[in-house]
Design a protein around this ligand. Structure first.
Ligand SMILES: *Cc1c(COP(=O)(O)O)cnc(C)c1O
Length: 343
């Protein structure tokens, strides 16, 4: 089975498990887990923020961050294709009474700065107070695009002008850093809070990190506790994260190369619609022309042992630690054969 559904299917390797096995632990709700504390310190160094917090998932990271930055009844602005809006069960609305204003995502995960500016509510009793802008980096549904630093700077200038805060959903922040050849610190310097996942390309079994100012993290700890996210001997998880910072970041380059090769291989197959230039990290999205029945395509390719996700009529294949270049060749060959049979 070649599993391209997501980089979340990555398994902790032997050395990561060893680090977990050997971890020193304590009760983290009391702040007494030395391994969690160490992970959070390293995360703060990497992000250049004052403090950091381990949470169970990216979804919890986004939820806790947005609950911390945004008061009940206020509004956040976010892209129509972003994970917080589309794939997190409206947590911010359910738990925070926060309203979401959706603006159009461009293909690269950015949005038009004019549209952003005009979507900020004026002070008016009829309207929720606009409080926070949420951006996603890399942008999952926009083909894993890393946001440009220029775009983030433009968002920041609008935020400053209007007294708004910025949250970055950086589930795949390290993929952005590797692809852009920019430090994580540079990428997040203009945002108030950032979430990134340990459990995706970095191959940990569980965990995400939130980073921000000291007061932000202190408040985020309260929110984490109140939604049931306080963990006890979480050093077992944190040890995997520390291992990943040292060993799993640089290798993301390999995932990006595999994704590029996959995209290029697929692009020469007739009836597959793909923009190879758009593939900058580990996510490959493509569509099928009308000549291919997409339902049949999906069922038949899965029968060949190739697994992937599809949504909104587009197919997504994600490269990761468990995929090598031979797998990529196999996927290209089997896809080419299948398409030939289907047209
Ligand atoms: C996966 C993902 C998340 C959520 O992470 P989980 O750990 O699965 O909850 C958030 N944002 C983006 C962009 C993601 O791809």
């Amino acid at each position: 089975m070649i599993d391209l559904r997501s980089d979340t299917v990555t398994m902790p390797n032997k050395d990561m498990r060893k680090a977990m096995y050997n971890s020193e632990v304590g009760d983290d709700v009391y702040g007494e887990d030395p391994t969690v504390n160490k992970l959070q310190e390293i995360a703060s160094e990497i992000t250049g923020k004052e403090d950091s917090l381990l949470v169970t998932s990216g979804t919890m990271g986004n939820l806790v961050s947005l609950l911390t930055l945004t008061n009940r009844g206020e509004e956040i602005i976010l892209g129509n294709k972003c994970h917080v809006y589309a794939w997190e069960g409206s947590g911010v609305s359910i738990y925070g009474g926060i309203s979401m204003k959706i603006i159009n995502n461009n293909n690269d995960g950015s949005f038009e700065i004019d549209e952003l500016e005009s979507s900020i509510n004026p002070l008016d009793d009829h309207k929720p107070i606009t409080s926070t802008i949420s951006i996603e980096n890399t942008h999952n549904q926009c083909g894993g695009s890393p946001l440009t630093l220029d775009f983030i700077e433009n968002v920041k200038s609008i935020a400053d002008k209007n007294n708004l805060k910025i949250h970055m959903d950086g589930a795949r922040l390290f993929n952005a850093s590797v692809a852009l050849r920019k430090s994580v610190k540079d990428i997040v310097k203009n945002v108030d809070s950032v979430t990134f996942c340990l459990s995706k390309g970095l191959s940990c079994p569980i965990g995400s990190i939130i980073s921000g100012t000291k007061p932000f993290i202190a408040e985020a700890r309260r929110w984490r506790k109140s939604i049931g996210g306080g963990m006890r001997q979480a050093g077992v998880i944190a040890a995997a994260g520390i291992y990943a910072f040292d060993n799993m970041v640089d290798r993301l380059e390999e995932d990006h190369l595999n994704a590029k090769n996959l995209a290029e291989g697929l692009s020469v197959i007739p009836e597959i619609i793909i923009d190879t230039e758009h593939v900058k990290t580990n996510i490959v999205r493509f569509e099928l022309s009308d000549k291919v029945n997409s339902h049949e395509f999906e069922t038949e390719l899965k029968k060949e042992g190739i697994f992937f996700n599809s949504s909104y009529g587009s197919i997504r294949m994600v490269t990761h630690y468990g995929i090598d270049s031979k797998d990529i060749d196999e996927v290209i060959n089997k896809t080419a054969k299948l398409v030939k049979n289907l047209i």
